[in-house]
Design a protein around this ligand. Structure first.
Ligand code: ADP
Ligand code: ZN
Ligand code: ZN
Length: 713
């Protein structure tokens, strides 16, 4: 037992132990090796880490050190790039390295109680069946696609692909990946999408393109909807790499940014603006930002001075409505831009973007849900055998149930929120804590049986639309077919797939849904998209709300007229009480650049991101006082810390939904013109936060967390 090794093990959140633990081993172990080590009374998975700075006190006490229990054989060590990525993510997002490292591995690998692990590992990789001679069904590129691909291979990036909805971005991803994978038999690509289970079609497209050429193991998925054995299989396949019969392409959600890919040559982040790239618990990382960092890391480790055509790993962010951060980064290099902006403004096949029509709801009768013009337009689509999509970002039947005589409302007893009325099972359900009850027969407060829904969600919208379209006949005969897709209608496994399949095959005339239907889908028969009531977001206190709304509406509109043959008559309807709002004017012109420049000018004036850097500290406690006291105390102790002179700490405030599941929530915003100063400050502040946790004023504190670059304020 002559060697000491540093080993990263699962560390609890906010643990004071930030670095690896020291163990003994009778053989030297390569950094990145996966090992079993004793920890307390159990055995746990560890990752051999790069030797920590020599700690003399440890060397003197090696007699007290425990020994590594064993190495997981058959698994090559994790690469230096992977370790550096984890190390960076932990430091940047203010978490322990051990927490991030172990969370980045598949759960079944961590679960060492599974004695069969070894055998399972052997079975996990299916044999590859590459057939280099098979029929690739790649499309003939449009001029814009060809231009983008040429630029992509001629420059180093990072790239922002600013491509209209239906401009063929996916085809660009496919061909960029194909070219790299064909040039190098060991090369791998990582393709990230916001919510893979929402777009089964995309996975099918990747499989259809790459499995015939690179074998049945070529494409693996990675997302949280998979079972633990499936996740282990995908992870191992990616980790082994193609030379060991493993994957060439990982298609996954944000978690895939941590996939082990020994020869990563391309990272694609599709719909890069999508908020779901931000992890919302544990280490609150942005997978998009880490993707850019990871490609730089892969390049710097691949050796300096490589010519452009030898760039080791490219990163490509794609969107029709890029995040303002990425838009700003891709301004001209002369103005300080760091990304290469590539544009594909036209739809494939000369298809047109939908004509945007605003309906001024001030001119409608009170309580109008669907303006008569919109109902007419939907009827015309039905008569022509085309599909319409109606979208409202709220599920359930009605957001509140209320008593007309005493003003009782369906508040959640555990949260500062209303319970939503779901008519289908006559329940009142809290969307925050899950508390559900049957709808009472009469007002629980005064006994009046006249309790009524207020407002509407998708369930009520569907019901209302069915009434409006009753009696309308389809061209082939029969009643109009309405389908609803939202989190409620797709709870059962396979439900979403089968509902989407019905839409694609034309068995549905009108599709009603939440934002689940607005993004990504390549619907071919939809020629009308309607946003029923998007106004709420116009006046939100979150400064990112307009950006979100604009991109959601552009994305939703992008589902219409995707078949060039019918695109000329395609329409996007927006019902609004604020038709003069500049956001809608930009939407009518499909003018994202104009909208973005306006927003960026506002952010510059207000000193908001991307012109400043933010972090949020969120505190949860039994009482609001304790949550706020914790933040206020920690803030009071901030001044002497490094970086503090460049960081503004705002007062502690209750969160928008102040109480969830009987826990009170408060937050504090930190802002700095310098990312470096904010980082330095946050790192030093961790100790203060830890110590403040046990201050008497903060009695009743449950937990706290730092969110760096928060996406919702
Ligand atoms: P985006 O991701 O930009 O919204 P897609 O990549 O989904 O667009 O492309 C839209 C549609 O156009 C898809 O059905 C796709 O198969 C098709 N398509 C893409 N590129 C071409 C091309 N070069 N020739 C013909 N069809 C194409
Ligand atoms: Zn009442
Ligand atoms: Zn609740």
């Amino acid at each position: 037992m002559s060697h000491t090794v540093s080993i990263m093990v699962q560390t609890p959140a906010h643990s004071a132990v930030a670095g690896p633990l020291t163990y003994l081993s009778d053989t030297p172990l390569a950094p990145g090796s996966l090992v079993r080590v004793p920890l307390g009374k159990r055995e746990t998975l560890g990752v051999v880490w790069d030797p920590a700075n020599a700690r003399p006190e440890i060397a003197a006490h090696t007699g007290e050190l425990r020994a590594v229990a064993g190495v997981l054989d058959g698994i090559a060590p994790l690469s230096a790039a992977w370790r550096r990525l984890v190390q960076f993510a932990a430091a940047y997002y203010q978490r322990a390295v051990g927490e991030v490292a172990l969370a980045a591995l598949p759960p079944q690998l961590r679960d060492l109680s599974a004695m069969q692990l070894g055998r399972r590992l052997k079975r996990a990789v299916p044999p590859s069946q590459a057939d280099a001679n098979s029929a690739i069904n790649a499309a003939t590129l449009s001029a814009e696609q060809a231009g983008v691909l040429a630029a992509l291979h001629a420059q180093a990036g990072p790239f922002l692909l600013f491509g209209a909805t239906g401009s063929g971005k996916t085809e660009v991803y496919l061909q960029a990946a194909q070219r790299l994978l064909e040039a190098d038999p060991a090369a791998q690509a990582l393709v990230m999408v916001p919510e893979i289970n929402l777009t089964p079609q995309l996975e099918a497209r990747f499989r259809a393109r790459f499995e015939p050429r690179f074998g049945a193991a070529a494409v693996v998925a990675m997302h949280s909807g998979m079972t633990p054995p499936q996740r282990l299989r995908s992870w191992l396949s990616a980790h082994h790499g193609p030379l060991q019969g493993g994957a060439r392409i990982v298609l996954g959600t944000r978690m895939a940014v941590f996939a082990s890919l020994p020869r990563l040559r391309l990272i694609v982040v599709d719909e890069e603006h999508d908020p779901s790239y931000k992890q919302q618990e544990g280490a609150r990382y942005s997978a998009r930002d880490l993707a850019v960092y990871r490609s730089q890391l892969e390049n710097s480790l691949a050796g300096p001075g490589a010519a452009v055509d030898q760039v080791h790993c490219r990163v490509l962010l794609g969107s029709a409505t890029p995040s303002l951060e990425s838009w700003h980064h891709s301004r001209p290099a002369a103005e300080g831009g760091r990304y290469v902006r590539l544009a594909m403004p036209s739809r494939i096949g000369a298809g047109a973007l939908p004509r945007v029509r605003l309906v001024d709801m001030n001119l409608q009768q009170r309580k109008t849900v669907f303006s008569p013009q919109l109902v007419d337009a939907i009827r015309q689509r039905i008569a022509r055998g085309e599909q319409s999509m109606v979208f409202l970002n709220r599920r359930g039947y009605a957001p509140v149930l209320s008593c007309s005589s005493c003003d009782w409302k369906s508040e959640c007893p555990n949260c500062s929120a209303f319970r939503v009325f779901h008519k289908i099972d006559r329940s009142l359900r809290c969307h925050h804590c899950g508390f559900a009850e049957r709808v009472p027969r009469a007002c629980p407060n005064c006994g009046d049986p006249d309790i009524a829904p207020i407002g509407r969600g998708t369930e009520r919208l569907e019901e209302h639309l069915a009434e409006l379209l009753a009696g309308v006949e389809r061209p082939g005969g029969g009643a109009v077919r309405i389908a609803r897709i939202d989190a409620d209608s797709t709870k059962l496994k396979g439900a979403l797939e089968s509902q989407l399949a019905q839409v694609h095959s034309g068995e549905v005339d009108v599709l009603v849904g939440t934002q689940m239907i607005a993004k990504g889908h390549d619907f071919r028969r939809i020629t009308l998209v309607a946003a029923i009531n998007p106004d709420g977001a116009l006046f939100s206190s979150d400064f990112r709300a307009p950006e979100r709304l604009f991109s959601l509406l552009m994305q939703a509109g992008g589902r219409a007229g995707r078949d060039a043959a019918h695109s000329a008559a395609s329409e996007m309807w927006v019902q609004t009480s604020h038709p003069q709002h500049p956001l809608f004017a930009a939407l009518q012109r499909h003018d994202y650049p104009r909208f973005a420049e306006g927003q960026i000018a506002e952010r510059l004036t207000a000193g908001m991101p991307p012109f400043s850097f933010q972090a949020l500290v969120r505190a949860e406690a039994r009482t609001q006082e304790a949550a706020q006291a914790f933040l206020t105390l920690a803030s009071a102790a901030a001044e002497p810390l490094p970086g503090a002179e460049h960081v503004t700490l705002y007062p502690a405030v209750p969160m928008t939904i102040q109480r969830v599941a009987n826990i009170e929530r408060a937050q504090m915003l930190l802002e700095s013109p310098s990312r470096g100063a904010l980082q330095k400050f946050l790192a030093a502040w961790q100790d203060v936060l830890r110590a403040t946790r046990s201050a008497p004023e903060a009695k009743g504190m449950v937990r706290w967390a730092v969110d760096v670059d928060p996406q919702t304020i």
